[in-house]
Design a protein around this ligand. Sequence first.
Ligand code: COA
Length: 536
Amino acid sequence: MGAIRSSVIVESDDFRANRAAHLELIAEFRALEAKVREVSGRADAKFRSRGQLPPRERVNWLLDRDTPFLELSSLCGLCMHEDDGADNVFGGGLIVGVGFISGVRTMVAANDSGIKGGAAHPMGVEKAIRAQEIALENKLPYVQLVESAGANLILQAEMFVRGGATFANMARLSAAGIPVVSIVHGSSTAGGAYQTGLADYVVMVRGRSKVFLAGPPLLKAATGEIAGDEALGGAELHCATTGLGEYLAEDDADALRIGREILARLGWAAPPARSPAPPPLYDPEELLGVVPVDYRKPYDVREVLARIVDGSDFLDFKPAYGADTVCGHATIEGRPVGLIGNNGPIDSAGSSKAGQFIQLCCQAGLPIVFLQNTTGYLVGVAAETAGIVKHGSKMIQAVANADVPKLTLQIGASFGAGHYGMCGRAFKPRFVFSWPNARVAVMGGEQAAKVMAIVAEEAAQARGLPFDAGKAAAQGERIVKRYASESTALFATARLWDDGLIDPRSSRATLAFCLDVCAEGDTRALRPNAFGVARF
Ligand code: COA
């Protein structure tokens, strides 16, 4: 292999301008993440007055000290439903991420009960389902920190039916041989009671866990019966009488200690240590200056690779053929991968090359990393004559059916079928992250506006009516504006089109972490059973 030689001038005005623009975008999403913490933090005093730990502290206590925690979809649901993107930013009301508990890599999902009492938000439901999918696909134990007011009663129509999947998935995880642990810090009521009931292991907190189908007010309303919390579903009742709880903890910290102990005793093999790998020759910090935030400005994706892969070492595959589609082999923190990036629209040769390269990665069992920066497949008479539909389809077919782990980074444009061919969400990458400058849409706003203007003009002609150019221009403006707001990385991450926004500088560490998750999952043998473990 040969090391990529960078031709970027780090002292240039362009470099400085790119960096400043990236820093602004990073600051924007970090501020929103801080807002989620602040909103939840408004309830800290309430938690402490009850002798409880606030939700984020629970997560911190659960995880091994000084180990990485890959938080996912931190801005889920941004500007949707009750989330106003300003004073009330909720992150879906759920804290989700992959981290280590007693040395075991685990999927953690904690109700952010400082927000709406931990009630399930419609996008929070989607976030939980995605966390469960990741746990199932990568064979990660699933640990929930439960304190939830159940369904959001104001938004129930948006989530009730879909919400059932969170329960079905718990049963499927258990049946697949993946342990599910619920640590119940507070309310787990109505439908939410199954968050507890369907877990393989349940830890309850004395005086705080409340698990029942109907709490005191609902019971009184429904049947007239009057009963208190503890008698209906307190921790002592469940640990001594109903048998729903396995372990009775004295407080939150004790419950988390027990949770850690459960994980330690699973016999879940510790991940094999990787041998140290050489860092890239070029500082990942430079990624901010190398990549323009405006996707219309071209650059060589090898400049990105040079700041991500080990030793900047890259074996370019067919560099002169379909040259705008860059494929090649490298290692990321010691893990061999195939990489595919874009230096321009994907043409017929580029499609064929990528399709072939994907098959070669599958033949060798190599994970594939897609660095998406594409305005789509090449259009025009020459491209059509060269068979772009046929060749593009071959690439899309190869991506869809590749049976090796696929990881996608949306680092710029992600438009049209290029989004599909470069392994967008629907093509089931194991993980997909976006840089904050990413743009995802069926096409650019200007192009969409022009297309609609031409369609309107032709439709008027066909009907023999005069074409209203002023009306078409006004519609064009609206389309451009709408696309601008609906194609941002924030818009996409709110809808879980990715697994979260990352700072470009953490790309290497994030990819390495995800490659480890995939490698561990793919080598782990599970002991599945037909129905999941039931409490008899
Ligand atoms: N749906 C929507 N919002 C809810 C909610 C629900 N199910 N339960 C609570 N909230 C909201 C409250 O309106 C309040 O909103 P605010 O911060 O804007 O004022 C916030 O969550 C906190 O509620 P609060 O009751 O003050 O919190 P708490 O920690 O003292 O009590 C519960 C938590 C869960 C015990 C209590 O809120 C409760 O009983 N909720 C209803 C539970 C229920 O019956 N769910 C049925 C679901 S199927």
